[in-house]
Ligand binder design. Structure first.
Ligand code: SAM
Length: 241
């Protein structure tokens, strides 16, 4: 089967990102591994080549329009699932040092296989819940950047994510375009967690009909309050108000 990268190349250029042959090869191996494993485990509902490239790969790297990712910074992807946005970010921005986190172990096994097949360095996948990992010394307030897509509402997600971020670091939530009410409902939670709403970036993915947003929250405290995150399951059941 022939895979055409031209459209994706043009879409990436609009984000000022170059799609080299090496990157295209890696994306193709990732795509094929995703489709292969998707037969035996639930990884993605989207399987068609163009759609995976737009809705998963392009959507993952759009963050580069707002933050310089060509840096050796520590990034954590909370609830990465099949590796979004963490793996495409690593493929395009190899200087990033990435920790992928997911609470489903079979997805973590898939991620390890992808890391192996793509020969990616400085990227690790760990199995665990954000609420538990964020209490471990090696992860707590340690990351320059935390990203998360399609995991929970912004209040709950802030409780999962802000405790991983170091003072001055950013939590970037990948969200749909209709985000205003969710932001209003999580302002207090963000404040309790030591965060500060920095920007709400709404955009259309280049040459698509998909409208998305990225909400940026800065961690302004050295140490997140010991109260957070609460016990596993509580942030989702009883989001901070
Ligand atoms: N981020 C990926 C994406 O955008 O395609 C996956 C989204 S999927 C809908 C949500 C993922 O978050 C699942 O893989 C799930 O196992 C994981 N997850 C949910 N709650 C979690 C938690 N508390 N800690 C870690 N992972 C969690």
């Amino acid at each position: 089967m022939d895979y055409n990268f031209e459209k994706f190349k043009n879409q990436a250029i609009q984000l000022k990102i170059t799609l080299t042959d090496e990157i295209s090869n890696k994306l193709l191996i990732y795509y094929k591994t995703l489709i292969e494993y998707n037969q035996v485990m639930n990884l993605t509902a989207i399987t068609e080549f163009d759609e995976v490239f737009e809705k998963h790969f392009l959507d993952s790297i759009v963050l580069a329009d707002y933050i310089d990712l060509n840096r050796r910074i520590k990034l954590i992807d909370v609830g990465t699932g099949a590796g979004f946005p963490g793996i495409p970010l690593k493929i395009f921005f190899p200087d990033l040092n990435i920790l992928l986190v997911d609470s489903l172990n079979k997805r973590v096994k898939f991620l390890n296989e992808v890391i192996l097949r793509l020969e990616l360095k400085n990227i690790t996948a760990v199995h665990g819940r954000a609420e538990e990992l964020a209490r471990k010394k090696e992860y707590r307030n340690q990351f320059d950047l935390c990203v998360s897509r399609a995991v929970a509402n912004l209040s709950c997600l802030s409780e999962y994510c802000i405790p991983f971020v170091k003072k001055g670091g950013i939590f970037a939530a990948y969200k749909s375009i209709d985000i205003d009410e969710e932001i209003d409902n999580s302002k207090n939670a963000i404040c309790m967690l030591g965060g500060k709403l920095k920007s709400v970036n709404k955009f259309q993915l280049p040459d698509t009909e998909y409208y998305r947003s990225i909400v940026m929250i800065e961690n302004v405290e050295e140490h997140t309050s010991k109260k957070y995150p609460r016990r596993a399951g509580i942030p989702n059941k009883q989001p901070l108000k």
